[in-house]
Design a protein around this ligand. Structure first.
Ligand code: FAD
Length: 492
């Protein structure tokens, strides 16, 4: 147990550490604080493996180290940034269904600009602003290109010296409970098997805890299309879309109504002969020509496709099509994880997970960051990371396993009563703010800023109303000012 004096000392050290990391423009002061701060020895410090060095893994590593844990981050790519590392390469299987295919991690396409404004998108204590002294090649726009997000994540990693914890080009192949235990009641350990540099080095190691941050935009979901096995055209998933030029003069059907479908349909319309967007949520008679395009139509879902290359929509229209692109999202996928059934993925529900993070049977030794979707990801990852780090050190207490299970079951019953399918279990939308506030209250920090909530909601409305222009014209100037007022705490 922690005695009061030790606890206060521990909190002072935590405060000094976060202050030292927060003093971005005062390296001398930061060094002073570091030399004044004795090495952090909380009551429970653990050896923790983080899988992935994308936006989730980077902030997890920072928070775990701040809390005094020793951290190893496994990253199979050769740099930080995860899905934001744009590459021309695509997978050889355009639908990405072959389990033996070489995986290309990124789903980012060439023209991609963020769909959230940068003020809203960044981590809470490392705002996504243009930093003085950085190269002129940076993209200062409010909704910047993917390369700017990557540069921001690289800045974050540099600022908090995350790279020293990362093993690059190291893929985690297997994570399973280890038989070893150090005798502490309820404690378990994990065996992690990994391969470094294309299998030149194999490791088999034991960790106290594992934090899974492997990203969820790699394993495509596909729409079911009657007649598709004999349809002669080309099918692909948006995971393998990069540039519009290959679609020149083609007739393309995109399925979906996600941000990617909206963006890619417009990208391709500049080159293709015709672009048709089919969407399950549109009414059966939907047939709308998009204003400001001569070749872009919205439809209801595809009813059936035929051997002669035709596609029939539920609205009765029939067209001859060259390419069908599934912009239908992704499946959670943890190919390395063995939990003897304690964690399963069923119809895209990862469960059971207490508050989308801890499987009760294995808590707190296994946790997941980044499961919720339709959220502002980076700040949510930050709060989840703080919670996990604090729970592992014993500073924050989890309910008993049975109580966590009851909480999960009651949540599932609520979804069922509302007729919400399993695959929407982790969709949050506006509920994310209550969730964030709950996490913040567990961690003893402030909840989501009012300006951030309002900015998220306002952007959502403008995105639906003005998909072509919302990134370059906006009206929430007062929210931007409020954001920059808050940021001054971290940027001066
Ligand atoms: P990732 O970025 O995918 O990182 C996971 C990391 O884990 C990768 O580096 C991967 O190499 C590594 N990894 C996986 N498996 C293993 C293994 N077995 N061993 C070792 N390493 C492994 N979010 C926004 O905030 N704003 C946007 O505008 C926005 N636009 C998006 C557009 C697209 C097309 C997509 C796909 C996503 C977008 N997102 C956006 C969401 C984006 O996914 C999140 O912002 C965030 O980057 C996710 O971070 P992550 O760390 O969870 O996953």
């Amino acid at each position: 147990m922690l005695y009061r004096k030790e606890y206060l000392w521990f909190m002072m050290i935590l405060w000094a550490r976060s202050l030292s990391e927060g003093l971005k423009y005062s390296p001398s002061l930061r060094n002073l604080v570091n030399t004044m701060t004795p090495s952090l020895s909380p009551i429970r410090s653990h050896h923790v493996a983080v899988i992935g060095a994308g936006a989730a893994g980077l902030v997890a590593a920072r928070e775990l180290r701040r809390e005094g844990h020793s951290v190893v981050v496994f990253e199979r790519q050769n740099q930080v940034g995860g899905t934001w590392i744009y590459t021309d390469h695509v997978e050889p299987d355009p639908l990405s269904v072959d389990p033996t295919r070489p995986v290309v991690h990124s789903s980012v396409y060439g023209s991609l600009r963020t769909n959230l404004p940068r003020e809203c998108m960044g981590y809470r204590d490392f705002p996504f602003v243009i930093r003085s002294g950085v190269s002129e090649s940076r993209d200062p726009r409010r909704f910047p290109s993917h390369s700017e997000v990557l540069a921001y994540l690289q800045d974050f990693a540099k600022e908090f010296r995350i790279e020293e914890m990362i093993r690059f080009e190291t893929a985690v192949e297997r994570v399973a409970p280890a038989e070893e235990s150090d005798g502490e009641a309820g404690k378990m350990k994990w065996r992690i098997e990994s391969t470094e540099k294309e299998e030149k080095l194999r490791r088999d190691e034991i960790y106290d805890a594992v934090v899974v941050c492997n990203g969820h935009y790699i394993e495509p979901r596909l729409a079911e299309i009657p007649g598709i096995s004999s349809w002669p055209g080309k099918e692909m998933h948006s995971h393998n879309y990069r540039i519009p030029e290959p679609f020149k003069d083609q007739v393309v059907v995109l399925i979906g109504n996600s941000a990617s479908a909206v963006d890619i349909s417009r990208d391709i319309a500049g080159f293709a002969k015709e672009v048709h967007v089919a969407c399950r949520s549109n009414a059966a008679d939907t047939f709308i020509k998009q204003s400001s395009y001569s070749n872009l139509w919205m439809h209801s879902m595809i009813e059936r496709v035929h051997e002669d290359g035709s596609v029939v929509f539920q609205n009765g229209k029939t067209i001859l099509v060259d390419v069908i692109m599934h912009c239908t999202g992704y499946k959670y996928h943890f190919p390395f994880l063995e939990t003897n059934g304690s964690v399963t993925v069923e119809d895209n529900r990862v469960g059971p997970l207490y508050k989308d993070v801890f499987p009760p049977a294995l808590a707190p030794w296994l946790s997941f960051i980044g499961i919720p979707w339709k959220v502002v990801p980076f700040p949510l990852f930050e709060l989840q990371s703080k919670w996990i780090a604090g729970v592992l050190s014993g500073r924050i207490t989890l309910p008993a396993k049975e109580d966590m299970m009851k909480d999960i079951e009651s949540f599932y019953s609520t979804l069922e009563a509302q007729g919400i399918p399993k695959r929407y279990t982790h969709q949050m939308g506006v509920a994310q703010f209550e969730y964030n506030d709950w996490l913040a209250s567990q961690c003893g920090c402030s909840g989501t800023e009012e300006w951030r909530k309002e900015m998220y909601l306002t952007t959502g409305v403008r995105k639906r109303e003005y998909p072509e222009t919302y990134r370059d014209k906006w009206e929430d100037h007062h929210l931007v000012s409020q954001a920059y007022q808050d940021f001054s705490l971290y940027t001066h």
